[in-house]
Design a protein around this ligand. Structure first.
Ligand code: FAD
Ligand code: DLZ
Ligand code: SF4
Length: 514
């Protein structure tokens, strides 16, 4: 009696994966393949490649230790066909199987290829739901149906009610759904973030790092400070450290930024969650338990749970609801090249250089750096969304299109025209100055609006609102910008526009066409 072939992808490293739920170790085979199609569809950061290969190899070893037969195809295997679909077909040709079992994958691109196996493979294909998310794709579709606007806050409340997380009966703990008002503090002078424990690479991770250094020498990023968990035990240790040393202050300084302070009070768990080493519901239950035991304040626990149960589930729902059309959206007609300094970190802006240096060293930046520094700047310049997407997909170890794209095309650049947010996240240099210590170290002057020393975020901010006046003028959430612009003489408006165009040319943000 032939067994079942079960595919496990590089971001499906969970014991509870639906493709493994009824595994029979006596006859079934698990297929895992390191392939160039996945390793090169964007030119991933070296740490991302090392992370995926290390995670996959550790997971294969974990399965083998349980007595499971794993057909593991390493990246440098001479017979590797370097496609997930072609490796499935090769495995099916190597021995008879009764069925192919797959858990639906995270990206539309690869899911389309996996769907094609239904006609290309000569066995039945059982495509299973990815039930590691709290809200399934069909539940999200049902929630979204008939709603004119998809508002994260309402979705989040439903998730809280459904899961019972931080609930007292049918009411939110503490009488409020949202403690954001308590959570937007600038980091006070003299307050030092906790010392963060990174994970020392285990032997399998060290070998993966060496392979990536050898095989992908030209990819972006450094490998020296690799500190990501690559097993579920390591991921739980990262969560333990966060809960015991960091969580109680997470809420207060969630939006703060500090020069050469990459991690602050953040969880550092996105890569582990996205690969399946941690599960969102188990993380949220753990955090809620800390509040219930009186060990962590509600504003911190609610703020953290909101990110996972709210935002993470919401972006995944939006992605699958709107793809593939979502990936073509460019509501503001952005048409410029990404400036070269997103790669080199050699601009004259202290904030941008700090974020680029951080991503090069750590394949990580925290949310406000992604949103209000690199994201805001790309939006204000008018960088084409494809180039914005590419940069985010390359530089972050936690990047998968399902989570990256709604954040870039939606939240950060408004290219989706308002699905993810009701207004563009534009805050000029003033916001960065309020939330960080960058501006004091910068060659530009954050108080100036025009002239050679003016902060580029300022001049580009006002130019942005002028360029998009027809579209944004009636959006009451940005009405303040148009009230201000209306008070300025035409000559000043023209001066801003000329200065903005000069800056675009200086930064290499030239038109994509021509
Ligand atoms: P914490 O700040 O500690 O938050 C805890 C967890 O909440 C995160 O691990 C993450 O799983 C979840 N979370 C928080 N915000 C979001 C969000 N907006 N969307 C989805 N999940 C969220 N996150 C990714 O995982 N992959 C990406 O490719 C990615 N690209 C982004 C691009 C832009 C432009 C922006 C603005 C945000 C992006 N994010 C992405 C969301 C967020 O910035 C990261 O999840 C977070 O910085 C990861 O670090 P952390 O684990 O320390 O997070
Ligand atoms: C990201 C990634 C990389 C770099 N390499 C592999 C790989 O060699 N084999 C594999 O199975 N998965 C890899 N992945 C993860 C996939 O890209 C991911 O499963 C899809 O993008 C769907 O989310
Ligand atoms: Fe960034 Fe402007 Fe501040 Fe310089 S002055 S750090 S460019 S916000």
């Amino acid at each position: 009696m032939p067994g079942v072939l079960r595919l496990v992808l590089g971001d499906q490293l969970s014991d509870s994966l639906s493709a493994l739920s009824d595994l029979n170790p006596a006859v079934d085979v698990v297929l895992m393949a390191e392939v160039l199609a996945e390793a090169t569809y964007v030119k991933h950061h070296k740490q991302k490649l090392a992370l995926i290969f290390a995670g996959m190899r550790n997971f294969a070893q974990r399965l083998t230790a349980r007595g499971v037969v794993v057909r593991y195809v390493p990246i440098d295997d001479a017979d590797n066909t370097h496609g997930i679909d072609t490796e499935v077909l090769r495995a099916l040709a190597a021995q008879p199987f009764s069925e192919l079992v797959i858990t639906e994958c995270g990206e539309w691109r690869l899911q389309a290829r996996l769907e094609s196996l239904r006609s290309r493979a000569d066995v039945r294909v059982d495509m299973r739901e990815d039930d590691r998310f709290v809200c399934s794709r069909s539940e999200f579709e049902a929630w979204a149906r008939g709603r004119p606007d998809l508002v994260m806050e309402f979705f989040y409340r439903e998730m809280r009610t459904r899961t019972g997380l931080l609930m007292e009966g049918s009411s939110p703990a503490g009488g409020r759904w949202n403690f954001d008002a308590d959570n937007r503090k600038r980091m006070p002078h003299g307050l030092h973030p906790p010392r963060r424990q990174r994970v020392a690479p285990n032997p399998i991770a060290r070998a993966a790092i060496a392979d990536v250094a050898r095989l992908f020498p030209d990819n972006f990023g450094e490998l020296d400070e690799f500190g990501f968990p690559t097993t579920t035990e390591e991921a739980h240790a990262v969560l333990d450290h966060f809960v015991s040393d960091v969580l109680d202050t997470f809420g207060d300084y969630q939006d703060a930024m500090g020069a050469e302070q990459p991690f602050l009070w953040h969880g550092l768990i996105s890569s582990a969650l996205n690969m399946g080493l941690l599960l969102p519901l188990e993380v949220c239950r753990r955090i809620a338990g800390e509040y219930e035991a009186g060990r962590a304040p509600l504003n911190a626990c609610e703020g953290f749970i909101r990110q996972i149960l709210g935002w993470r589930e919401f972006v995944r729902g939006v992605y699958w609801l709107k793809m593939p059309e979502y990936g073509l959206r460019n509501a503001l007609g952005a048409d410029r090249h990404l400036p070269w300094f997103y790669w080199s970190g050699e601009s004259q802006s202290a904030c941008i250089n700090d974020v680029v240096a951080t991503v090069r060293r750590h394949a990580y930046a925290h949310h406000i750096q992604r949103l209000m520094v690199t994201g805001q700047f790309a939006m204000l310049l008018g960088v084409h969304p494809d180039q914005v997407d590419e940069w985010y997909m390359v530089v972050f170890a936690d990047a998968y299109e399902w989570v990256e794209m709604p954040n870039t095309r939606g939240m950060a650049t408004y290219a989706d025209g308002g699905i993810m947010g009701t207004k563009p996240y534009a805050g000029s240099g003033a916001y960065i100055n309020k939330m960080s210590d960058y501006c004091g170290r910068c060659r530009y002057d954050v108080r100036q609006r025009t002239g050679p020393d003016a902060c580029p975020f300022n001049v580009l901010y006002w130019d942005f609102f002028m360029r998009h006046e027809a579209r944004l003028r009636d959006n009451h959430r940005v009405g303040y910008a148009y009230q201000t612009l209306a008070r300025w003489p035409e000559a000043h408006r023209r001066e801003i526009q000329d200065e903005a165009e000069r800056r675009r040319a200086e930064y290499g943000a030239t038109p994509v066409e021509g």
